[in-house]
Design a binder for this molecule. Structure first.
Ligand code: MN
Length: 439
């Protein structure tokens, strides 16, 4: 799985890519869709290197690349990455290797590539794919247990949880890219102790720290993707915030599941990190003693030995008061994707086992990625135990749920001895006041 694009000693002629702590060293090479800010330039694909972007449209035109790598750059030059995603692993890998070689110190292609760079500081981003369908899973057993405890203290996990990767179909139209600002949703709620529902702005607005999985090549309707092939259908992983209106959710969700509590906004990071870039950070998928092993269709040797990923995650919160005082966001959660109960491969395989077709650019959410202890919880409903224990921020302000003007920043990165540190950049979203309903 590891090849010479992962070598921790590689250095780029783009100096910022060699800086300690950068999210985008030459070993990462994630994809986004971008253009220069305040321009009418066409949107096109790009690859991050240090604080720069390799413009795939310019690269495709330059004639520097050959064969499969050139075809992949051409596909990535469009306004969404769907065509590149549809090409499959061999094409993505060829482009990664060609870019890795061209961006290395001493590359004869330096001058040609230099002409294709756009500074990230001058760029704006779009949602990276035309997302046909969005499915949100529920793969953290810790999240499912924490939430379940609030409703069923003695029996928090429903009996299906350890057998079925639970998910629901979300909405693609309201997915926005980092920087998204959205209005606090209005809706129906049933206040505690009331006998008739109320209508008004959501009072329990929450975050969900998740990863997003972009599907690459799809499968035909009626066909299933075997677990041994599942990861070949995955283009890469981004950060995802699945904003949630808990009071609306509590009233509406039975019997068919989440609806308006979830579909008003979902924010993704612009950068999509490929599974190939994540190869050094694979970890075994294990099950606690006494838990059922996955059914045969959800089990494979590769999934057991390295189907999980060691991705560190953080949630930051910046209130308007902090912003005015020039304070950066405060960390309210640190956790890791390795604690998930189901893997990426299991999500893809389970989604298609009934013949459901996935298509290039489809998005899967991991579900809230809470870790084993409460400080590793990826949602306020867990961090505050259902709103009972507010968080105290460094400046002394308290938060139970999100307030207007609050800005939430998700970050993700991978690091360990013997491998290059790689990161996901940021996924930022800001809550705006609710719309005033027409009287
Ligand atoms: Mn979710």
């Amino acid at each position: 799985m590891l090849n010479d694009t992962h070598h921790p000693g590689l250095r780029s002629w783009v100096a910022s890519a060699n800086a300690a702590g950068t999210d985008f060293p030459i070993q990462n090479l994630p994809f986004a869709v971008f253009r220069r800010q305040r321009s009418s330039e066409p949107w096109r694909g790009g690859v991050a290197i240090g604080d720069q972007i390799v413009d795939l449209a310019a690269l495709a035109q330059s004639g520097v690349l050959q064969g499969q790598a050139a075809a992949a750059a051409q596909a990535g030059a469009q306004d969404k990455l769907n065509a590149l995603m549809a090409l499959g692993t061999a094409a993505w890998s060829a482009l990664r290797l060609a870019l890795s070689r061209a961006l290395r110190e001493g590359s004869p292609e330096q001058a040609a590539l230099q002409a294709c760079l756009v500074p990230q500081a001058e760029a704006e981003y779009a949602v990276p794919a035309r997302i046909g369908d969005y499915t949100d899973f529920y793969t953290s057993v810790h999240h499912a247990t924490n939430i379940g405890k609030q409703f069923r203290p003695d029996n928090p996990l429903l009996p299906n949880y350890k057998w079925v990767p639970i998910g629901y179909h979300g909405r693609a139209s309201s997915i926005g890219v980092s920087g998204q600002q959205f209005r606090r949703p209005l809706g129906q709620t049933m206040p505690p102790g009331a006998t008739v529902p109320s209508f008004g702005p959501c009072k329990r607005l929450d975050i969900e720290l998740e990863l997003g999985i972009f599907i690459g090549s799809g499968n035909a309707l009626g066909d299933a993707v075997e677990i041994t092939e599942a990861e070949d259908h995955v283009f890469g992983i981004c950060l995802l915030n699945d904003w949630s209106a808990r009071d609306i959710q509590g009233w509406e969700y039975q019997p068919l599941g989440p609806f308006l509590a979830k579909n008003f906004a979902t924010t993704v990071s612009p950068w999509v990190v490929t599974l190939e870039a994540l190869a050094p950070y694979r970890v075994p998928f294990t099950r606690a003693e006494g838990d059922p092993q996955p059914m045969a269709y959800l089990d494979s040797a590769a999934n057991r030995s390295g189907g999980a990923f060691d991705i560190q995650l953080q949630v930051g919160l910046q209130t308007p008061q902090m912003r005015e005082a020039g304070q950066l966001e405060a960390s309210i959660c640190r956790t890791n994707y390795r604690h998930a109960y189901w893997t990426v491969a299991q999500m893809v395989t389970h989604h298609t086992v009934n013949g459901c077709n996935l298509q290039p650019g489809d998005l899967l959410g991991s579900g809230t990625l809470s870790g084993p202890t409460l400080d590793q919880a990826g949602a306020l409903i867990e961090l505050t135990t259902g709103g009972k224990h507010p968080l105290t921020l460094p400046g002394g302000e308290q938060r139970t749920w999100l307030e207007d003007g609050d800005r939430v920043v998700l970050r993700g990165w991978c690091e360990k001895t013997g491998a290059a540190r790689i990161g996901f950049g940021e996924c930022v979203g800001t809550v705006l006041p609710a719309r005033v309903p027409k009287g």
